[in-house]
Design a protein around this ligand. Structure first.
Ligand code: BTN
Length: 326
């Protein structure tokens, strides 16, 4: 009956009343309601309007989910996977589910976001059919002051996944942008909910420009996509699965050490800013340094003209190359 109800929904844009479905299948309202709920759990978005009935709004990207799951070697990450064709923001969706008790590792992916969020309150353009928009839930038993390191773990996993799947020379622009040939291809937005002195949950949200061919005027200089850099399209599910596999290894090392000591060396191998002149921008103005890598807490080590090395913290400063974005 489920498949038949789905077929009916797919063949119309109109509402179908519960009564009509009951009569058609000779079953109770409760039976119909159960099928609708099953479909919702599988990722179908179904609108229910009093006195009008049900209407199918969108179908899940079932193929994409199956492809991801078949390549995942994780214990926790992505073992529960929700795939949406369209959603406001995957970060917002994971937050909603976290508030309702969802478990660590829950992964939400979407083909399109209508209210994608970027850092510093900016929006993240999220066109359908081209890119990766994904967010996942963590419930780490760590001090909230250490949570900013999670973003660096995510950045490393992203750079590794892109390199492995595409062979592109992906690099990390500290702390967590991924660049290819000097252009930003990935953004990471980590959000946290705390209770007194402990973390309730963390949401890691990742946007990867995979097959996008054109960019809005205001970001054209800085942004690019994997396909533009590679000269051919890339299968999104392969990047997502590779990301998850790297993430789980890196995150285990982070949790074991309580800091980045276990992945610092490899992070630095991907770091585009290493031994380069950088401009550190904070409320006090701009200052030039040579960047020398990171410490175990993920802070950037910067050396001034006298050879004195200081640390700068992500979130407190912004770092640019002296000639531009990198
Ligand atoms: C940045 O500004 O660089 C961070 C952008 C993060 C975008 C991703 S897309 C998936 C997830 N959902 C959101 O609303 N934002 C993040």
């Amino acid at each position: 009956m489920k498949e038949q109800i789905l077929e009916i929904f797919k063949n119309t844009n109109d509402y179908i009343s519960g009564q009509e479905l009951c009569e058609r299948f000779q079953v109770s309202r409760t039976a119909i309601w159960k099928v609708i709920n099953q479909l919702k759990e599988e990722g179908y978005e179904i609108e229910a309007v009093r006195n009008r009935g049900y209407r199918l709004i969108s179908c899940p990207d079932v193929l994409l989910s199956a492809e991801i799951s078949s390549e995942l070697k994780t214990r926790v990450w992505g073992q529960e996977l929700h795939s949406h064709s369209t959603i406001d923001s995957t970060n917002t969706e994971v937050r909603r589910l976290a508030e309702n008790g969802a478990k660590e590792g829950l992964l939400v992916i979407a083909d399109e976001q209508t209210a994608g969020k970027g850092r510093r309150g900016r929006s993240w353009t999220s066109e359908p059919g081209e890119n990766i928009y994904m967010s996942y839930l963590l419930r780490p038993d760590i001090d909230p002051s250490n949570a900013s390191m999670i973003t660096l773990v995510a950045a490393l996993s992203c750079a590794q996944a892109i390199c492995e799947v595409t062979g592109l020379p992906a690099q990390i622009k500290w702390p967590n942008d991924i660049v290819v040939n000097g252009h930003k291809v990935t953004g990471i937005l980590t959000e946290m909910s705390t209770e007194m002195t402990s973390i309730q949950y963390v949401v890691v949200g990742i946007g990867i420009n995979v097959n996008q061919k054109t960019f809005p005027e205001e970001i054209r200089e800085v942004a690019s996509s994997l396909s533009l850099e590679l000269g051919q399209d890339v299968v999104r599910s392969r990047i997502i699965a590779a990301y998850g596999n790297f993430w789980e290894q890196n995150y285990d090392l982070f949790l074991k050490a309580g800091n980045l000591s276990g992945i610092r060396a490899i992070y630095e191998r991907f770091l585009v800013n290493i031994d380069r002149e950088v401009v550190v921008i904070d409320a006090g103005g701009n200052q030039e340094f040579i960047s020398r890598g990171i410490n175990d807490m993920g802070e950037l080590l910067v050396e001034d003209a006298d050879g004195t090395v200081q640390t700068v913290r992500a979130g407190e400063v912004s770092v640019r190359g002296i000639y531009g974005y990198v």
